[in-house]
Unconditional design. Structure first.
Length: 917
RNA sequence: GCGAGCGUGGCGAAACUGGUAGACGCAGCGGACUUAAAAUCCGUUCGCCCAAAAGGCGGUGCGGGUUCAACUCCCGCCGCUCGCACCA
């Protein structure tokens, strides 16, 4: 009498047994003995509330690797923690009148239970939360150490200000000119900021990318581009003429506005093609002139209005205004050039000034043409004729040979650059330099729920570090959040804020900014190696044992932000003596997984006439209400409707291929397939799913349908496939279980022939391919191999000794192969088949080479590239034999009638191709 | 605009360093079991030609090329996705 597999009983049972046996605990280096270590880590979650099946993919992938490594004899560290500081906690506090700490810890408690439902092989004894003073006290100590080492400094500078979140953002957190969380257009403010000197490692961060050979090329490229190294020259252009008012500041002090203007260029070889200088609208000289010249001030204002989005930039015309300043050419004091302010020059790159060489740069050319500035071409493209080559509308930006360039004439571009720099240095007009796109990391955030910056401001002593003995600087808990009181509650907290100066004892104030939460996640992987250490962030010996992380798994959205910061942090920790990690690289191997996506559903709202539709960027709004709209239908039938609300998949049912609200006749708009997210409601809650189908079905499905790096769409069909598989495996296993040969039994002679032998061979080949597929992150292919094996087991009928043995062996192998993917079902099967201890603790199966190896191969025979027949040959059959067999095959003979065989190509064990005509 | 990746049945996808295209799953179709449904099991499923079978022809976005042989390599297009974006 067979029974259905009951995940509701089996799954909790095995989780309890694993926990009781402590099999997920990482061993100390001493306990591990000669075992190699494997540190497997998924990017830790922000405790936002609840987990949905979309989150589970990331953790499941890491878990497959962790379980696989453990079965292969590694000492595995697979921990979990919480990236627990951050803005959503404060927003929740404001909305609901609760404390961020309570909200965060409640979420952690709920999400921990949910993650445990998945049956992840995690060492929960190492759990950490970044908002725990036991964690962030070490972060504060490191901050002080970095400060001492010169890797932390303060700087008054223009910052990206998010007006919605009321805080500063790092450059990496500004996407398309908008805040990465709030989506609000970022404003510019001038603020005193705490900075991390990431640029101190710019060269190393860039060079070492070349050694990260187990990172996706895409991520490596993105990091290289972000660091953005350009080699070239600084050039100083002396002022020839300038308006008189530049002699003095508005206050009457002598000023430096007559200092030479510095520009950066990668192409000093084009200096003889220079036609003008252009300054950024907010270049100091532009602003100084704007004080006196209304048209310049107007131009600055106009530029400030211009958006920074793609569309704006594409449309924006190259525009400028003559500043009335003339400069001397560095190679010819008699050659004077005009200085413009121009809208296409960025103050944030280089020195915020360029020299325009129109023949060699499209923007410069557009600008010169608009303002009728004279120029000449100075780089001759390969193959062009110096007498006729001309530039009108299209610049030549490639390499060539210099002409019209005095002492540079005849030199190819690379040599000309070197020669030009040599001459600049000789004349004291410039020098070689390297320009980086990478900027230092501003870490000050004007928020409460973050790690306090351990510094005190004293009127007498300046900025003083908090003495180490006074750490941690803990967040005060008695703060209030009210919607009508914007700003940082730490600023308002008098008893916390006002403290004596550690240096002079006088009245002083604590720093009220907190650290960017990306600081918290920049070293958590090191903390996991020694999570309960009170005295230090971690024991360098333990860190040395476990680091680098052998396999890191996470979303590609962190390709620049988190991954770059973590690489900086390990270098800084190393140089401050915390960490013995010569490479400075935290993650040896990185895998960026695809998302789980799902259809979106929207309740259909009121129709809006097209005349009231306003297009705002990529969305539609209703005039004058400003309500968001969406479009229904195709081009001919399109109508606009108000977005009423997103509907959860649970509230939608399909009837005759159309979507309706559950139990009602209201049609539902099926929207695009998007990443599962709370805001679009297209999520499938994990608890409910595990209750209905089990964690194993969720795990199996998210890995089965698509390659792991690609998105996978959550569909009812996919769930069904996984569910069927679970039932099928269990039905076959249970039916076999009670007459199973025990593991290790010698095969009876009958197992060495016919179908029994074929199944044994297939099972052993499955071991080979699944092993290889897991190693190479081809989980979807591994899944397909398991299906093949199950199909073959089901197909083998009969109760003879050979069949029973082969089936028992195949099922036992199957239970082990599925163990990393579906650990609960694997245990249930393992037990039913008489296995000892746990499937999770059993060593990974080894393929018997004699069975896995192929003794015969099926070779296709082609005639003129078209397959005409197949032959069975022994593996490794000699070429003449194969050739003879092929030529004698009746089907082949028929095709060779009346033609001459010109050539016979035999690729051993693969294919035969006969060329004939 | 620059850079990267991708394009294979109705759908998700396989195909090792060029060697039988479509493994495996979903959906579909036919059948068994059942009073019926669900579940399960068996068969079938790229298109076209042929009454069927055997067999043949075509087929991996489009157009060329290299090769005995191309989803795979090269050249030129088209489309989609992602990243960066006036970076001097």
């Amino acid at each position: 009498m067979s029974s259905r597999y009951n995940h509701r009983v089996a799954e909790p049972k095995w989780r309890e047994r694993w926990a009781a046996a402590g099999i997920d605990r990482a061993l100390s280096p001493e306990e591990a003995g000669g075992k190699p270590k494997a540190y497997i880590l998924e990017m830790f979650p922000y405790p936002s509330g609840r987990i949905h099946v979309g989150h589970s993919r990331n953790y499941t992938m890491g878990d497959v690797i962790a379980r696989f490594r453990r079965a292969n004899g590694y000492n595995v560290l697979h921990p979990m923690g919480w990236d627990a500081f951050g803005l959503p906690a404060e927003n929740a506090a404001m909305e609901r009148g609760i404390h961020p700490k309570g909200w965060t810890y409640d979420n952690i408690a709920a999400m921990r239970e949910q993650l445990k439902l998945l049956g992840l092989a995690i060492d929960w004894s190492r759990e950490i939360a970044t908002c725990d003073p036991a964690y962030y006290r070490h972060q504060q100590a490191m901050f002080l150490a970095f400060w001492k080492k010169g890797l932390v400094y303060r700087k008054k500078q223009k910052v990206n200000w998010d007006p919605v979140d009321n805080t500063v953002l790092a450059n990496e957190q500004v996407v398309d000119g908008k805040g990465w969380r709030s989506g609000a257009p970022v404003e510019t403010r001038e603020l005193e900021q705490w900075m991390f000197k990431v640029t101190a490692y710019a060269d190393d961060l860039l060079d070492a990318i070349g050694k990260l050979d187990k990172w996706p090329d895409k991520v490596r490229l993105m990091q290289s581009n972000w660091i953005g190294k350009s080699q070239g020259a600084k050039i100083w252009w002396p002022i020839a003429h300038a308006p008189d008012f530049l002699e003095r500041t508005p206050e009457g002090q002598p000023c430096h506005a007559r200092d030479p203007i510095e520009v950066f260029t990668t192409r000093p070889d084009t200096l003889f093609g220079a036609s003008f200088l252009a300054l950024a609208p907010d270049h100091p000289l532009t602003r100084a002139i704007a004080e006196h010249r209304p048209e310049v001030a107007a131009f600055i204002a106009e530029c400030a209005q211009l958006g920074t989005s793609e569309a704006d930039i594409e449309k924006a015309e190259k525009k400028g205004v003559d500043l009335g300043v003339r400069v001397k050419h560095p190679f010819d004091p008699n050659w004077e050039l005009p200085v413009y302010a121009a809208n296409f020059v960025l103050s944030s790159y280089g020195s915020g000034a360029i020299f325009g060489s129109p023949a060699g740069d499209q923007r410069d050319l557009d600008f010169a043409n608009k303002y009728k500035l004279a120029f000449k071409p100075v780089v001759l493209p390969p193959g062009a004729d110096a007498a006729t080559h001309a530039i009108t509308d299209e610049a030549f930006t490639g390499d060539g040979v210099c002409y019209n360039s005095q002492f540079l004439d005849g030199l190819p571009t690379k040599q000309a650059i070197a020669r030009a720099i040599e001459e600049l240095v000789k004349r004291g007009m410039g020098e070689a330099t390297t320009q980086w796109r990478l900027r230092d990391w501003g870490v000050s955030r004007q928020r409460y729920w973050g790690c306090p910056i351990p510094a005190i401001h004293c009127a007498k002593c300046g900025v003083v570090p908090v003495p180490e003995k006074d750490l941690p600087v803990t967040l005060p808990e008695d703060v209030t959040f009210e919607k009508d009181k914007p700003g940082n509650p730490l600023d308002r907290h008098q008893t916390w804020k006002n403290v004596p100066c550690p240096a002079c004892g006088g009245a002083a104030q604590r720093e009220t900014d907190t650290l960017d939460t990306f600081v918290d996640s920049s070293w958590y992987f090191a903390r996991f190696t020694d999570p309960n250490n009170q005295a230090a962030p971690f024991d360098p010996k333990l860190a040395r044992y476990w680091l680098p992380v052998d396999q890191y798994v996470g979303g590609v959205e962190h390709a620049v932000l988190h991954l770059l910061y973590a690489r900086f942090f390990t270098r800084a920790m190393r140089d401050c003596g915390y960490l013995d990690l010569p490479s400075g690289e935290p993650f040896a191997s990185l895998f960026t997984q695809g998302m789980v996506v799902h259809e979106t559903y929207r309740r259909i709202g009121r129709e809006v006439p097209e005349s009231n539709v306003e297009i705002a960027g990529d969305r539609w709004l209703e005039r004058p209400t400003g309500f968001s709209l969406f479009r229904v239908g195709d081009r001919d039938t399109q109508t606009y409707r108000v977005v009423e609300q997103w509907l959860s998949p649970d509230d939608v049912e399909m009837r005759e291929g159309k979507a309706y609200e559950r139990g009602q006749d209201i049609p539902v708009t099926v929207g695009p397939i998007e990443k599962m997210s709370k805001s679009k409601k297209n999520v499938v809650d994990l608890d409910a799913f595990v209750q209905d189908f089990g964690a194993d079905v969720a795990r199996w499905f998210v890995l089965s349908d698509s390659p792991p790096e690609r998105d996978v769409e959550w569909t009812a069909g996919g769930v069904k496939g996984a569910w069927n598989f679970v039932q099928r495996v269990w039905t076959l296993t249970e039916a076999h279980g009670r007459r199973a040969p025990r593991p290790g039994d010698a095969p009876p002679p009958e197992a060495g022939e016919g179908e029994a032998l074929a199944l044994r061979q297939l099972a052993h080949r499955a071991i080979q391919s699944v092993t290889d597929d897991i190693e190479h992150f081809r989980f979807n292919v591994a899944v397909a191999r398991c299906y093949e094996l199950v199909n073959a087991v089901a197909k083998l009928k009969g109760d003879g000794a050979g069949a029973v043995f082969a089936r028992g062996e195949a099922l036992r192998i199957l239970s082990q192969l599925i163990a990393p993917f579906m650990p609960h079902l694997a245990e249930e099967c393992w037990e039913a088949l008489g296995g000892e201890s746990f499937a999770a603790a059993a060593p990974w199966p080894k393929a018997d080479p004699a069975l896995a190896a192929r003794t015969t191969v099926t070779m296709p025979i082609q005639v003129n590239g078209k397959k005409r027949a197949e032959i069975e040959t022994p593996k490794g059959a000699a070429e003449p034999d194969v050739r003879a067999m092929a030529l004698q095959h009746p089907a082949v003979k028929a095709f060779l009638e009346g033609v001459t065989v010109r050539k016979v190509i035999v690729v051993p064990d693969r294919i035969v191709n006969i060329v004939a005509n």
